[in-house]
Design a protein around this ligand. Structure first.
Ligand code: HAM
Length: 430
């Protein structure tokens, strides 16, 4: 029988690895709390229209990457390719777009895109993101970017302070407002029509559907051609001032940035500020995270006029950036559970009792539930990352004692039966 395997581009996260994920998640929750962000959870499965209406029917994510299918009721549903549109849907559905004031959310969880898998590009991947609704202030853009920088730093990825420093780089651009967009598209169209001989077949099509996407093309010739395409002549004064204030605000917080006039991002809903954090060592998929302002999206999806700004970071890429195995030293570093070895079948109930006594004090523990030779049980304890093993040989039993072994030092102590729990608890505290 053929062996069953996880689908390409999806991965199991096994014990030993999962601790690194948990660490990223718990650090993220702490940083989110520092900024007064509150968690929101939306379904993984949505009506496809949530994304076609927000990202645009012509967006690559929609045309090429969305897992879209008919459910048993004949509805067209999709596995969410990103979080922003779902959260806007939830905001409108629950009337929060009309409540006035600020709404500050964070979210974490899996997203799905049917891309060709490669390092840092998965079909199921995980994002942690932030969305702030209710203000178009440039200071809000600055705060959201500062949160992203602090989050990365808390994980151990620092954003370079000076040019040429190793580390991540913050890149941003001004995409203007909805009044600016026709001027921008016209400028791009004129430019690329003059140079269309150099464009790839996809970009020739984009020239008709959405010339902005040409700036995103990874093909060498299109990329080189695109470099001459952007000026800032089409940006209105209000958007220019907004962006200047964002840059000033970042400067005040000591956050270094690069202004890249060709950064447009792969999603169509952005207005004004768009940004990415790039980690140059990651190869082709080097954006750790990205986001920007999307002042028209809530209205576009049927809600009130509510400006918003946010970002999402990809956890797989953060783990890659931290280096293979970094951020996942496994349970051993946190001490792991206490292993209660049981040397013969009669001892098993007693072992279970000891494990329960440990758990009652909040100490994680695992009991050997099969009578195996001590050496095998110690192997198992090692595999589970246990620093302490509790056992009872014949001698300890005769003396009314319990042996407690430190797996790191190899040291073993015989402790009075009545005191072993306190004794071990003291060691675990120190
Ligand atoms: P995005 O740039 O499409 O933006 O994705 C954000 C991050 O998710 C990327 O920088 C990357 O780290 C990660 N990511 C995306 N696709 C993959 C993949 N196939 N495999 C692994 N990682 C991936 C958004 O999703 C927007 N919703 C961000 C946002 C929030 N904008 C405003 N608010």
């Amino acid at each position: 029988m053929a062996q069953l395997k996880a689908l390409g581009g999806t991965s199991d996260i096994l014990p030993g690895e999962v601790e690194g994920w948990q660490r990223l998640e718990s650090t993220a929750r702490q940083v989110m709390a520092l900024y007064g962000m509150r968690e929101i959870r939306t379904p993984l499965l949505e009506e496809a229209e949530v994304f076609t209406r927000s990202l645009g029917e012509a967006a690559e994510i929609v045309t090429k990457q969305m897992y879209r299918f008919e459910d048993r009721g004949g509805r067209t549903v999709t596995l969410r390719p990103e979080g922003t549109a779902s959260i806007v849907r939830a905001l409108i559905e629950h009337g929060l777009d009309k409540s006035g004031g600020l709404q500050r959310f964070y979210y974490l969880g899996p997203m799905f895109r049917a891309e060709r898998p490669q390092a840092g590009r998965r079909r199921q991947f995980h994002q942690i993101g932030v969305e702030v609704f209710g203000t178009d202030s440039p200071h809000q853009d600055v705060e959201v970017i500062a949160l992203l920088v602090r989050l990365l730093a808390a994980w151990g990825v620092s954003v370079a302070k000076v040019a040429g420093d190793s580390g991540a780089v913050l890149v941003l651009n001004n995409l203007g407002c909805r009044e600016d967009r026709p001027r921008l598209l016209k400028q791009l169209k004129t430019y690329f029509l003059e140079h269309d001989g150099g464009l790839c077949a996809d970009c020739k099509e984009r020239l008709g559907s959405n010339p902005l996407r040409i700036l995103d093309c990874k093909k060498e010739r299109c990329h080189t051609l695109a470099k001459g395409s952007m000026t800032s002549a089409w940006i209105c004064d209000a958007c220019r001032r907004h962006f200047d204030q964002v840059l000033k605000g970042l400067g005040k917080l000591g956050i270094r940035y690069e202004h890249d006039r060709h950064l447009v991002r792969g999603l169509d809903y952005y207005t004004r500020t768009a940004f990415e954090v790039i980690y140059p060592g990651l190869g082709a998929q080097n954006a750790l995270g990205g986001g920007g302002r999307y002042d028209d999206l809530v209205r576009q999806m049927g809600g009130a006029e509510v400006p918003a700004v946010g970002f999402a970071v990809g956890l797989e890429r953060v783990l890659l950036a931290l280096g293979k195995g970094a951020g996942s030293d496994g349970p051993a570093s946190s001490g792991g559970p206490v292993f209660v070895a049981t040397l013969c079948a009669e001892e098993i109930p007693e072992g279970l009792e000891r494990a329960e006594a440990l758990r009652a004090r909040g100490i994680p523990s695992v009991a050997g539930l099969e009578p195996r030779p001590l050496r095998k049980q110690l192997d198992q304890a090692n595999r589970l990352g246990c620093r302490w093993v509790v056992l009872r040989g014949q001698q300890e039993r005769a003396e009314g004692k319990v042996a407690v072994k430190n797996m790191e030092s190899g040291e073993q102590s015989a402790v009075e039966e009545a005191r072993w729990l306190e004794w071990l608890q003291d060691r675990l505290k120190s």
